[in-house]
Design a protein around this ligand. Structure first.
Ligand code: CLF
Ligand code: SF4
Length: 480
């Protein structure tokens, strides 16, 4: 199965954090990259919230649900819902025509100018609906040329449409590739429909996996950035994902996003009904860590909806349901958007300078690593009230570095006095492995509850890395 490794531009050439200067890969894969090439690559991802962890604090994406059909059956998918390859299972989006989708994009581009990426990710497979998918992209490319186009597919039809993808200047493509072994594939896919015929078991999986790897190769040759999503399914492909990671890196994938299987029985999927469990947060992190020596791992994915709108951690889709956005007049304005982006870039530089100031010259000999939970509304800042947070971003701190590792969804603490005690218990469980929670404000009651559970509540309004390091230094003085 293994094709020869080729000379490629991978995320490794950008360093482990996308804001860090380029370095050479150990294996020499990126030895041909020059600072100019790295700079170009950095520019291509700078405003894409999925391809750049740092960008996801500042820029938003949106999806339009224009693609209902699918050509395979994944065992973690129920067709009543959106494509689980790039979406949270159990969510149903309103289907749009390409013209409605274009109207929606132009409305949102005016209302949320930091929205820089339009993705088509379902509700089925975009390339099983080529006319609707490409028509949507054409309309956007024509009317809103500053919006990046992004496509997510199971990969079966990728090689057939690679020229069209290139022509339309779609620079970011995701393939969901869960295995490179057809025997494992047979446990994940119940059938594959290819060239008017339905294939089952190993035979179907073999066709799909070969097409996925060919698709990845074709993207590399066309110089299109490819992210690979892999759904982690304990007992089926969990041990095999390091091999998948190696294979996709050799074929030029830019980024690897290992996502947890979500298999609630009420979603009615094969895995949900047969009791197949998803991984724990710890199991997921272990696999991501095992792969991270090979290439850059995406850890900030929110498994969003096929009609998602907003920053990755927020969901504004309900503000733009079909009945609402069809009543709105598009106010897309290229110049206004550029001005907003310039403002964001200036702010990013300030944040970066502040980060560099606290991190430069740090040479802690302390090996202690701790986790801290951060309440943030974006911008790279600790800037959210404890009671308003619907998720915490979790960072690992070791005295020299502050590294984003995951996010944890929680129920919002402030719910008008309802069941705050029960909510507090759930929040405590979600961040039990963290030593501190960094928030802009917190009330006395939750503060005491957290501290009784051994989690320090730190109030600040500042750059995340700065607050995290200051807490770390205090923590090691007492516990180091
Ligand atoms: Fe959408 Fe996907 Fe493009 Fe991003 S999402 S098509 S690459 S614009 Fe992003 Fe959402 Fe995770 Fe996807 S957080 S599910 S990785
Ligand atoms: Fe479902 Fe997406 Fe898999 Fe198709 S590719 S079966 S829509 S998860």
């Amino acid at each position: 199965m293994t094709l020869p490794a080729t000379n490629i531009l991978t995320s490794d050439s950008l360093g482990d954090q996308d804001s860090i200067p380029a370095k050479s890969g150990n294996c020499g894969c990126d030895s041909s990259t020059t600072p100019e090439m790295d700079e170009k690559l950095r520019e291509r991802i700078a405003k894409h919230p999925c391809y750049s962890e740092e960008a996801h604090h500042h820029y938003a994406r949106m999806h339009v649900a224009v693609a209902p059909a699918c050509n395979i059956q994944c065992n973690y998918c129920n067709r009543k819902y959106d494509c689980a390859n790039e979406s949270r299972p159990g969510v149903v989006s309103e289907l749009l025509t390409p013209e409605e989708a274009a109207h929606k994009v132009l409305v949102i581009a005016g209302k949320i100018p930091q929205m820089t990426v339009l993705g088509v990710a379902g509700p089925g497979d975009p390339l099983a609906n080529p006319e609707k998918t490409f028509r949507t992209f054409e309309l956007i490319a024509d009317k809103a040329p500053d919006i990046k186009l992004c496509l997510s597919t199971n990969g079966l039809m990728l090689t057939e449409y690679i020229d069209r993808i290139k022509q339309l200047n779609i620079d970011h493509v995701t393939i969901t590739l869960n295995t490179i072994d057809p025997e494992i594939g047979a446990q994940i896919y119940s059938w594959v429909h290819y060239k008017r015929k339905r294939y089952r078991g190993v035979e179907g999986a073999k066709i799909l996996l070969e097409k996925q790897l060919e698709g990845l190769q074709a993207l590399k040759e066309a110089d299109i950035l490819c992210k690979v999503n892999s759904v982690m399914i304990p007992g089926i492909n969990d041990k095999h994902l390091v091999e998948v990671n190696q294979a996709i890196r050799e074929r030029g994938a830019f980024l690897h996003n290992i996502m947890p299987l979500i298999s609630a029985p009420e979603h009615g999927t094969h895995f949900g009904l047969t009791g197949q469990r998803g991984p724990t947060g710890k199991e997921l992190k272990e696999v991501q860590d095992n792969c991270s020596g090979n290439m850059k791992m995406m850890r900030h994915c929110r498994q969003c909806r096929a009609d998602a709108v907003g920053l990755l951690g927020e969901d504004r889709s309900q503000e733009f349901t079909k009945d609402k956005f069809l009543e709105m007049t598009p106010e897309y304005n290229f110049e206004t958007r550029q001005e907003v982006h310039e403002g964001i870039e200036k702010f990013r530089e300030e944040i970066k300078a502040a980060k560099d100031k606290v991190l430069t010259g740090k040479k802690s000999t302390n090996n202690l690593k701790i986790l801290v939970a951060v309440a943030t509304k974006g911008g790279g800042l600790v800037n959210q009230h404890f009671g308003h947070a619907k998720e915490f971003q979790v960072y690992e701190v070791d005295g020299n570095e502050v590294r984003f590792v995951s996010h944890r969804k929680i129920d919002q603490y402030c719910q008008g006095g309802y069941s705050e005690a029960a909510t507090a218990d759930n929040i405590m469980k979600a961040i039990a492995d963290c030593k501190a929670v960094l928030v802009s404000k917190i009330g006395n009651c939750p503060k005491e509850q957290l501290e009784a559970a051994g989690i320090k509540a730190v109030e600040a309004y500042d750059v995340i890395e700065k607050v995290a390091l200051e807490f770390y230094e205090q923590y090691v003085q007492v516990n180091g």
